[in-house]
Every structure is written in C-alpha cells, then in structure tokens.
Design a binder for this molecule. Structure first.
Ligand SMILES: C[S@@+](CC[C@H](N)C(=O)[O-])C[C@H]1O[C@@H](n2cnc3c(N)ncnc32)[C@H](O)[C@@H]1O
Length: 627
C-alpha cells in the first residue's frame, strides 16, 4: 500500500476526548481492550475519594444532561473573514466575531486553549423580558443559520424568556452552562473571569460557577452600585441600586488592587522625611495565634501605658522599639487612645492597596452617556456598561499584552475599555468580542453586531484623532487600532453525510458531490482561516503569500502558484487545485514543520500523493495533511 497523507480533522476540538485521554494517562490500568475507560476499575483506583452514595450534593435542573451533549457535539461551522467590515485587517490582532457564542467558543477551543487572561461577560440577566438563545445540541448550527437567514427558511423568530414559562430558570441555565464550561478551557492558568449579573440569577450563577470553575476558584462577589438616585417606583418600596460582578480564577490569583489616594499624605509637622499619614498599628491575630504581638506599649517620654488591643499589635516588641527610637509612633495624649504609625510616602513599596468589594464610583448613566455621545445622541442599546467599570476590571487582572474575551459583547464596551487602557499605559492588550447579530428593528443598524462594529470603529477614529499631531518622542510602537471581523457560517467543506440511505444511487451522488467538497462561493481566504483554526493557530497568526515554485524550478508552460506561509513558515497551506512535483519540492525546500494541501489538488493521482509524503518526510516535515 502506498503512503497517504492524513486527513485534516475538520471537526472542532473534541474536549471530552482530551479529558478521556488525560484520565487514561493518569490511570493506565483502567484502559479496556478497546481503549475505553473501565469505570469500575477507575473507582477502585481512586479508592475512598469516590462518593458512591445515592444522595449527592449538587445542583440539578431539567436539561442539564443535554448540556453535556451540547458541549461535546463538535461544531460543523467556520469563521469567514470579512475584511470589508474590518479596520486594518492585515495588521490588527483585535477580533470581532459575529455569531452565536456557543458555536464560536467551540471553534476557538483548539487555537485559544489556555491563552485568555481575562474574560468579562455581561449575559442576559433573565429578568423576564430577555431573549435567551435556544440551543439545541442536535442542530445548533442549523438554528443559527435559519435565525440569520443563511439557509432557506422563514427565519426563526425567538421570543423572550418570561417568568410564566415553566422552565424559566432552566432555560437560562441551559444556555449558560455550556458557554461557561467552554470558556473555562480558554482561560490561562492565571486567568480571571468576571461576570455581571443581578438578583434574578445571582444564586443560580454562583452555584453554576462553583460547579464549572470549582468553589476554590471563587475570588469574590463585587457589588456594583449602579444607580446614584433612589428608584421612586421600585417594587416593595425598596430601590435596588446595585448589581454584582462575580469573580473566579483558575488558580487563586491576586487582583492588582486600587491605586492609593496620595492626597491623604500630608506634612503638618514639617518632618524632614517628607509627607506622611497616620496608619493603624493594631494587629489581626489572637494571643493564641501570635503571642509575640500581644504586649502593653509604653511611651518612654510620658510613661503612659497603652493596653494591648484585642488582636495585638502589627509589629513585635523589637520592631516597635526601633519605630519608637525612629520617632515614627504618634502618641495620643490620653491613655485610652491608640498609638498610630507615621507612614511615609517614601516608604511605600507599591502604590496599591486592596480593591474594595464595593464599586461605587461609576454608574449606569455614564455608560449610556458614552454610547450616546459616540453616536451623536442616538439611543441604541439599553444599559451598556460604563467603560470605566470594565477598565477597572482590566486593571485588576491583565498584563500589558494580555488577550481579553467578551462573548456577550453588546455595544462593545469591553473593546472600548481595552483601547482606552492601551492608550493610557502604552499596553498592547488584545480583545476578542463575540456578538450575535440579534435584530434591532432599526434601519441604520439592523443588528446589535452592527452596533458593536460601528462603535469600535468610532472609538478608533476618536483615539486616532486625539493622538494625531502629538509628537512621538520615545519612538513608541504605534498602537494596534483596528479589528478583524469574522462571521459564523457553515464549514467551507461539506461533511460526508452518513445519514443518507445506503442505496447505490445515493452513494454515487454523494461521491460525485464529494470529489469537490468545497462549498460554492467560498474564497481562498475562507478556506485559509478554517484550516488555520482547525490546525490550532489563532486567527491573528501572521500569514504571508508566497509565489512558488520560484523560477528556474518552473518547467515549461507551468505557472507560478500561491502558497500561504503561516507563523513565519511553521506551516505551509497550499490551496492550488493542480499540484505538481515541482511545487511539492519547492514547498519542502522551505522546510516547514507542517503542510496542508487540498485533496482535490492531487486530482486522484495517488502516485503524486505518495511522492509528496516521501519528499516531505525527507525534508523533516512532521505533519502532512489534506483537506
Ligand atoms: C447585556 S448585553 C451586553 C451589553 C454590553 N456589556 C455593553 O456594555 O454594551 C448582552 C448581549 O449578549 C448578546 N447575546 C445574547 N445571546 C448571545 C449568544 N448566544 N451569542 C452571542 N451573543 C449573545 C445579546 O445580543 C446582547 O447584546
């Protein structure tokens, strides 16, 4: 038998298979003859740590089992590049993806696994009049294609989720669970997810996150005071002025904290050591825990004794003696008072203090105002989040080169905040937004995704205008002010339909169709990005167009062909439909690690394929696939 290249797996990443492999790696003894897991043996292997009781602690709701099927069902979709709606398509590393976030999260699994530093989401709160996207694990892409009119259908209309619906909470949970699960895989080890929510689903969401991320991943529940003035029409006479931001991280990371308010440092006594403020000296530990911090303190000048506070002092006797010698203790005149510490501005090791769990400096009205100002007074979306709120979350959890994901993007506040913060601190954070083309019933912006893109365009224009004319004194790299648009669509490659009747005619027809299984109307760029994604490369990987074979290798009558060089030559993709030995040799000479060609390029010439396998092998190509 002659050597054949492997077929590129066009399904999205199979997460369940990865997990099974991991278990088999950890417990090789549980492998069955057919390479599956023997659960009885696994229980034995895990010993006492397995809870086999009938009653289990946990959360359940109708549809939960189907959520796992939804997660595991590979996506048959792709992301089609849309340069005409993008800004600076060739250079930018920011992404706006139009589509249902469930399918999109599946498509991003392989390329963005463990790469996202921060996720912020602001999902529908399920307040009784939200549109909740209906997943159906058997036909979730089909639902989307009908919803967006990409396939012949009357266009499905989805209603809002009302409290009268018998499955009110379940529907919301069924929508959230798979998305949170898939999102977790994308987070880096030190990644953090922030989720906005209000009273309607906070208790369910906390349980859900406890299950998906683990209770130990809980960092906190921030309270955001969103309204400044009391709602006079509020139900039950209580104006609910706040909502929440839940914070989870894969490993318990520290948030960065808040910048210290230096205005409190003063120098009323003209201390030559500079400005200071009076800091607390009391400790945090009981006498049993830290006996050395429990003692009475005596002012050597006055002889007044100050009794030990309940939780002791912050410093040991020895350190305190040194502080007294250095004249850094502020002594109260009465013995009932508490001595305090003179903390000098100079001595601070950093300029941050812990973040308060109550956020009360920016309100919803600010978010509404910002969006209106950008759109010349148009009222486009209810309650967009204030840029300042998302910026604060970015400051807490990202580095200057982090990737940030928001898969319920709405008007694109997250992109706005990323671009502003980059401008402020010279950072190079990159955003990925995902937004459904949810109809708005407006002529100017027919879908919310149109609003998202236009907002980011306007923000970019505004920031560029602000920068223009400024002198670039330090030769800093220009900021990434652009975004690539991608749209969710059916895969460029038609799948083999295993459900057709197994008669000769149907098979013959399918074979005929499959000779060229590329969907009509798809461009080379469409194919290129699908191959990139399915091969595990991010959508922003540098792509270079090469013309091969370079003359003199060209034989008589042959034309030059296009080959795409991915990630500086790590992979070559050739979408030519007429492959030749010269072209194969020219590709091999570039010494890529991986090569992908169109199967149709070999036009059924098995000998050419076998030669290609050999040529690539001798030049050190580790993976040669066809599609
Ligand atoms: C509360 S809004 C987000 C507002 C946003 N934070 C802002 O500041 O403008 C939630 C958004 O999620 C979108 N959405 C709902 N279901 C979705 C889905 N399945 N895929 C993608 N987006 C979805 C809705 O269209 C809506 O625009």
């Amino acid at each position: 038998m002659i050597d054949q290249p492997d077929k590129l797996d066009l399904r999205s990443h199979d997460i369940a298979a990865d997990k099974r492999q991991e278990l088999l790696r950890l417990f090789p003894e549980v492998r069955t003859e057919g390479g599956k897991i023997d659960f009885a043996k696994l229980k034995l292997a895990l010993g006492e740590s397995v809870d086999v009781g009938k009653e289990r602690y946990g959360m359940t709701w109708p549809g939960k089992a189907d959520c796992f099927k939804t997660i595991q069902m590979p996506s048959l979709a792709t992301l089609r590049p849309c340069p005409e709606e993008s800004v600076n398509f060739d250079q930018t590393e920011h992404l706006i993806i139009e589509g249902d976030n469930l399918e999109v999260l599946k498509l991003l699994q392989k390329s963005y696994l463990g790469k996202i530093k921060m996720i912020y989401i602001d999902p529908p709160y399920n307040t009784g009049n939200d549109f909740i996207y209906p997943d159906n694990y058997t036909e979730s892409l089909q639902t989307y294609l009908e919803y967006t009119g990409q396939v012949d259908a009357e266009g499905r209309k989805f209603g809002t989720n009302t409290e009268a619906d018998g499955r009110f909470h379940s529907k919301w949970l069924n929508m959230m669970y798979p998305r949170l699960y898939l999102a977790r895989n994308l987070l880096r080890e030190d990644g953090v997810i922030f989720i906005s929510i209000d009273d309607a689903e906070i208790d369910n969401l906390r349980k859900l996150c406890g299950e998906v991320y683990g209770e130990e991943a809980f960092i906190g529940q921030l309270i955001w005071k969103r309204r400044q003035t009391v709602d006079s029409r509020a139900k039950h006479g209580l104006s609910v002025d706040h909502e929440y931001v839940l914070v989870y991280s894969r490993i318990a990371v520290r948030l960065r904290g808040q910048e210290i308010d230096f205005s409190k440092f003063k120098n009323p006594d003209n201390d030559p050591r500079g400005e200071w403020w009076s800091a607390d000296l009391t400790g945090l530990a009981s006498k049993e825990q830290r006996p050395n911090l429990h003692y009475d303190l005596v002012n050597p000048d006055t002889g007044i004794t100050y009794t030990c506070p309940e939780n002791g002092w912050r410093y040991s006797r020895e350190t305190m003696a040194q502080l007294i010698t250095d004249k850094r203790i502020l002594w109260p005149t009465k013995k009932t008072g508490r001595p305090r510490l003179k903390r000098f501005k100079e001595d601070r090791s950093d300029d941050f203090t812990n973040l308060s769990s109550v956020l009360d400096t920016v309100f919803t009205t600010q978010g509404t105002r910002t969006l209106k100002e950008l759109f010349g007074g148009l009222d486009l979306l209810d309650f967009p989040k204030p840029v300042e709120l998302i910026r604060l979350l970015l400051e807490q959890s990202t580095f200057s080169d982090s990737i940030i994901l928001d898969f319920f993007a709405g008007s694109g506040t997250t992109a706005h905040a990323v671009l502003e913060l980059n401008k402020q601190d010279g950072g190079n954070r990159k955003f990925i937004l995902v937004q459904l083309p949810e109809p708005t019933e407006r002529k100017d912006f027919p879908t919310i995704a149109d609003i998202t893109k236009e907002r980011v365009r306007r923000v970019i224009k505004k920031l560029n205008e602000e920068d223009s004319g400024k002198l670039d004194l330090e030769g800093a790299k220009p900021q990434d002010r652009g975004f690539k648009v991608f749209k969710l669509a059916e895969s460029n490659f038609t799948p083999w339909n295993a459900d057709l009747p197994h008669d000769e005619k149907a098979l013959e027809r399918q074979l005929e169709l499959h000779i060229d299984h590329i969907r009509e109307g798809r461009t080379a760029e469409d194919l290129l990005y699908e191959i990139l994604l399915k091969s595990g490369f991010p959508l922003t990987t540098p792509v270079q167009k090469l013309t091969l074979p370079l003359t003199p290798a060209l034989s008589q009558g042959e034309r030059e062909k296009i080959v795409y060089s991915i990630a500086d030559g790590a992979m070559l993709i050739c979408l030519e439909r007429e492959l030749t030995l010269e072209l194969i040799r020219a590709m091999a000479d570039k010494k890529p690690e991986r090569v992908v060609c169109l199967d149709a390029g070999f036009a059924g010439n098995d000998q050419l394929k076998a030669n290609a396998v050999q040529i690539f092998k001798t030049k050190g190509v580790t993976s040669f696939k066809t599609v």
